[in-house]
Design a protein around this ligand. Structure first.
Ligand SMILES: Cc1ncc(C[n+]2csc(CCOP(=O)(O)OP(=O)(O)O)c2C)c(N)n1
Length: 563
């Protein structure tokens, strides 16, 4: 064995050192040495060929969300680099670890007008937590380590590595091929809050009359669900979530209020937002959707904020106590303080209040879910999913109709990351690909992707990838022949002056069948449950094209259409 590898081989070995088992991506000229190294070397990495780099990055994102590990996407120079961008910004802003590797033109041809030249580092800069274009092969191991450190420590996010063509042939010292196993998953090296912060938070919470915890994605990301449940039960405090925060508690937990805010929140859950005299944000950025553009908590409400990113504290609300650190470690401290004081059973009456709110909320839901109206009401689809999906199913949604309906009404029976949606940028066309990534990360779970027909059009090409991978995912298309969310916005905010939001009805089942997906088209609500059982039970990919009620005519759980 020689003491040197070439740059491409070093990249493969460095990914292997960091526990990478799957790479999603698409070939190109500048990637030839990297693919050749993948082909020649003995490694346990599966490369999944995708049909679009956008999808590759979303697959890596879905994979990262369900595994807590780094998802890897790759593409070539030029178009590959520009197409991979949406997945990187989504991961960065949603705090998930995704590595985008784009090969690049040779360092030796910079500035000579070669095909596909673009300053990749500048391109990726605002979209990633960490980013570089590697200029020398000898730097590859160090730069890969830096990318993994950045992605997995403190707030997770995306990183980008540019890998020029020529340096993939240059030598790299074998002795420099190593990685810290801690950086294979996130949060790596979690940090506890400063002394006294947990006590201060408890003092404030116990002095309130109607406190409300609002969880964002950070609780599940840090694995703080059990500690949160202990705290919620002990103080009998109500816990709401953002859409990304679903799974902080099981939706069926007595202290779980459900989703609040403009998307997926209902009038009933909003009552608790308005009545809270103290709000505890946990791993939540208190952004526009969760607060319905900062309508509640209203100014003057006392705010306690737990987050591992100090920049989040005080960004939107004057904050009485900030607790900066990993959520799980912070909640361990909070519970330890309560244990030491033997203080608990401090009853805020959360569970009883939530039971009343949910009763009223689901009375409305059940009325519509039972409706045999056609086109089919979205409530009916969610109700059928609740009856049929197994407890450990993983559901991925695009931003259209399915997101607010699922978020508001689906009663996730388990804590953890079982619902995934791209809430940071909400780009259409996410769920089909993210679902495939989620399936690779959690192959034993039934994976279901929900999307509008607009989203389907963005991403349909990946049905070939799904079939090639034999992934038994069920795709559900809410077919309303328009960009429904925007049409509903025009209805609400422009006095129904509809402009260029409608498109032709498409037979999505026929398209899916052409790819080899077993598919059904459902127009009669009475067929829905039967077809859904067949689709979910089938051992290959399935798609149900459901002709659904237009969003602008529905009773959607949307407080404000404008995000
Ligand atoms: C890439 C991208 N372009 C535009 C938008 C703006 N947008 C938000 S929702 C929406 C309509 C979604 O339509 P569809 O997928 O058919 O779902 P529906 O709302 O009809 O259920 C659009 C165009 C977006 N989110 N992403």
């Amino acid at each position: 064995m020689t003491s040197h590898l070439n740059g491409a081989e070093a990249m493969v070995r460095m990914l292997q050192c960091h526990g990478v088992r799957h790479i999603f991506g698409l070939c190109g000229d500048t990637t030839l040495p990297f693919y050749d190294a993948m082909a020649r070397l003995d490694h346990n990495i599966t490369h999944v060929l995708t049909r679009d780099e956008r999808s590759a990055a979303y697959m890596a994102d879905g994979y990262s969300r369900v595994t807590g590990r780094v998802g890897v996407a790759e593409g070539p120079s030029g178009g590959g680099a520009t197409y991979i961008l949406p997945g990187l910004i989504e991961a960065t802003e949603s705090s998930y670890a995704v590595l985008g590797i784009t090969t690049d033109i040779s360092v030796g041809s910079y500035g000579k007008y070669p095909l596909t030249e673009v300053n990749q580092e500048a391109l990726m800069q605002p979209l990633t937590k960490w980013n570089t274009v590697i200029k020398q092969a000898a730097h590859i191991p160090r730069m890969v380590r830096a990318a993994f450190r950045a992605m997995t420590t403190t707030r997770a996010g995306a990183a980008h590595l540019g890998l020029p063509y020529d340096i993939q042939y240059d030598p790299v010292d074998r002795a420099d091929i190593w990685g810290d196993p801690k950086h294979q998953s996130y949060p790596a090296y979690p940090q506890a809050p400063e002394p006294g912060a947990a006590e201060a938070a408890i003092e404030a919470i116990l002095s309130a009359k109607h406190p409300l915890i609002i969880c964002g994605g950070g609780v599940v990301i840090s694995g703080a669900m059990e500690e949160l449940s202990r705290l919620a039960i002990r103080l009998d405090i109500p816990v709401a979530t953002s859409i990304s925060g679903q799974g902080s508690l099981a939706e069926t937990h007595p202290n779980c209020l459900g989703v609040v805010g403009s998307n997926g929140g209902t009038d009933q859950t909003w009552e608790m937002m308005q009545n809270a005299d103290l709000v505890v944000f946990m791993g939540c950025r208190a952004g526009s959707t969760t607060t319905s553009r900062w309508e509640a908590p209203s100014p003057g409400t006392r705010i306690i904020h737990f987050d591992n990113d100090p920049m989040v504290i005080g960004a939107n609300y004057q904050t009485e106590v900030g607790v900066v650190g990993d959520l799980r470690l912070a909640l361990l401290q909070v519970n330890a303080v309560l244990d030491a004081r033997d203080q608990g059973a401090e009853t805020f009456g959360g569970a009883a209040a939530i039971a009343g709110i949910k009763k009223r909320k689901f009375a409305v839901f059940q009325k519509y879910a039972a409706s045999s109206q056609a086109p089919i009401r979205p409530e009916r689809v969610i109700d059928a999913l609740m009856k049929i999906l197994p407890a450990d199913a993983t559901v991925v949604s695009d931003p259209g109709t399915s997101c607010p309906y699922f978020s508001a009404y689906y009663q996730l029976p388990q804590a953890g990351r079982h619902f995934i949606t791209n809430r940071a940028h909400g780009a259409l066309g996410y769920s089909l690909s993210a679902a495939l990534g989620a399936w690779f990360g959690r192959p034993s779970s039934k994976v279901v992707a929900l999307m509008g027909d607009g989203s389907f059009g963005f991403t349909v090409g990946e049905l070939e990838t799904v079939c090639r991978c034999r992934a038994p995912i069920t795709f559900i298309v809410f077919s309303n022949s328009n960009f429904g969310w925007i049409k509903a916005s025009q209805n609400a905010e422009q006095d129904a002056r509809y402009y260029n939001v409608d498109f032709n009805q498409t037979d999505h089942a026929a398209i899916a069948a052409a790819y080899g997906v077993k598919s059904w088209r459902v127009e009669d609500p009475n067929d829905l449950e039967r077809v859904m059982r067949l689709a979910v039970g089938h051992d290959g990919p399935t798609l149900i094209d459901i002709v659904t009620q237009p969003l602008e005519q529905s009773n959607a759980p949307v407080r404000r259409w404008m995000g």
